[in-house]
Design a protein around this ligand. Structure first.
Ligand code: DOR
Length: 425
């Protein structure tokens, strides 16, 4: 195994130092290190972060390998600075059995570019009617700890309660896609001034807020862990703030796109901006940013949602919701948060690793720690060319935009997956 000596790198924003990576771990840290057998990387001007961890990735395999595979999504993740991703269960077949989650887990190991941790479905076929085999998935080789029907809400309160009770035994988490389905029937975009003007059926903020309010109360009643996927409204932030003040075991994520883009993008009628939950208003963005800084929202998660061309390049009403995220998330975080490295490390690596219980991830580079880390050049800018992305899909909302920051290298257990900004395999 090649050793790597990274010279003059800032670890999470601290004064420059050297890092020696050997045998899968950070072997030494300090100024003036030498290692004759090591490959030397110049880290001048670069920031080393713990490898990013995404709690919300759609890898589409099995079933829609034309949109993404575990391997292509893993490569996109590594290029985005990630060393672990949690793969959502809305595949075909749905990841609602030990067999499917083990398949995804094994494909992740074979690709070997990031650690792929499958998320299991809460209900059979995501149909919201019967609990899936949560225990069998937890006991499988994939050791599932997060369960989600993402893409669909677990709308039945009795089923949601049962799911929370079930996972309590093994400290599992239910990750809810908060969308009251009766309130969003036929919805095409955020319900507000822009939807009225465009004549498109709206997705009201209260459809998200009502489910979060219900579920934090259920989680409190049961004493279980709840995670809220892609929080998108200012009102949701207030519900979460209240729940956290009461000591409810709830965590929450926000996506990069909900931190940056508003519902005004729908005026273009370009379905690349169609996403679920929809893009909201500038006031929602301000509340989400403040909540992220404060910790009411715990993490940034991408909701990387690759879609084939025919599912996106069509009329808005027929297009599938979702946008790519893995290869641009760190740049959007830098754009939104600025060089607050400790905050970025916390919200994009440490906290998601803790929530998912991923051992060896989310740890700042230091002697003895598994070498899961990424090197960022914060001074670099790059223009996003969809055709150059590693994802099999092209549905990025940032096409031809120039974004700050570039991932220079990513290491998974001491092996580079990305070097000089390029995937190693
Ligand atoms: O926009 C979305 N796309 N939101 C979801 O909840 C699901 C996702 C998908 O699977 O494409």
């Amino acid at each position: 195994m090649t050793a790597y000596l990274i010279k003059n790198v800032s670890v999470v924003g601290a004064a420059p130092t050297d890092l020696l990576i050997r045998d899968g771990v950070v072997a030494e840290a300090g100024a003036g290190l030498t290692a004759p057998d090591a490959t030397v990387l110049d880290g001048t001007g670069l920031v080393a972060l713990p490898g990013l961890v995404d709690l919300h990735t759609h890898l589409r395999e099995p079933g829609r390998e034309d949109a993404e595979t575990v391997e292509s999504g893993s490569r996109a993740a590594a290029l985005g600075g990630y060393t672990a991703v949690c793969a959502m269960a809305n595949t075909s077949p749905v990841a609602d059995t030990a067999g499917v989650v083990e398949q995804v887990w094994r494909l992740g190991r074979e690709a070997g570019l990031v650690d792929v941790q499958p998320i299991g479905a809460v209900t059979v076929g995501l149909a919201g009617e019967r609990l899936a085999e949560l225990g069998a998935m937890a006991d499988s080789a994939a050791r599932v700890r997060i369960f989600s029907d993402d893409g669909h809400c677990v709308a039945d309160p009795k089923l949601m309660r049962r799911a929370l009770e079930y996972v309590k035994a093994f400290d599992g988490v239910i990750a809810q896609h908060a969308e009251e389905p009766r309130l969003t029937e036929g919805a095409q975009m955020h319900e507000g001034e822009v939807s009225t003007r465009l004549g498109l059926t709206g997705w009201p903020a209260v459809a998200e807020e009502a489910i979060i309010a219900r579920d934090v109360l259920l989680a409190e009643h049961v004493g279980s862990r709840l995670h809220i996927c892609h929080v998108s409204t200012a009102g949701s932030v207030e519900v979460l703030r209240h729940a956290k003040a009461r000591g409810v075991k709830v965590t929450a994520e926000v996506t990069p796109h909900h931190l940056l883009l508003t519902d005004e993008k729908a005026e273009t009628y370009d379905p690349v901006y169609k996403v679920n939950p929809p893009l909201r208003t500038a006031a929602d963005i301000a509340a989400l940013r403040a909540a992220l800084a404060e910790g009411v929202i715990d993490i940034v998660a991408t909701d990387h949602a690759p879609h084939a061309v025919e599912d996106k390049e069509c009329e808005w009403a027929y297009a599938r919701p979702g946008m790519l995220g893995l290869e641009t998330a760190l740049s959007i975080a830098l754009d939104v948060l600025g060089p607050q490295w400790d905050l970025i490390a916390e919200r994009m690596s440490r906290a998601p690793a803790r929530i998912a219980g991923l051992e060896g991830h989310g740890l700042d580079p230091a002697p003895g720690v598994p070498a899961n880390l990424t090197l960022v050049d914060p001074a670099a800018h790059r223009t996003i060319e969809p055709a150059e992305l590693a994802s099999r899909s092209r549905n990025t909302p940032y096409a031809r935009m120039t974004l700050p920051g570039r991932i220079v290298a990513t290491f998974l257990r001491g092996e580079p997956t990305v070097l000089d900004g390029k995937a190693v395999k």
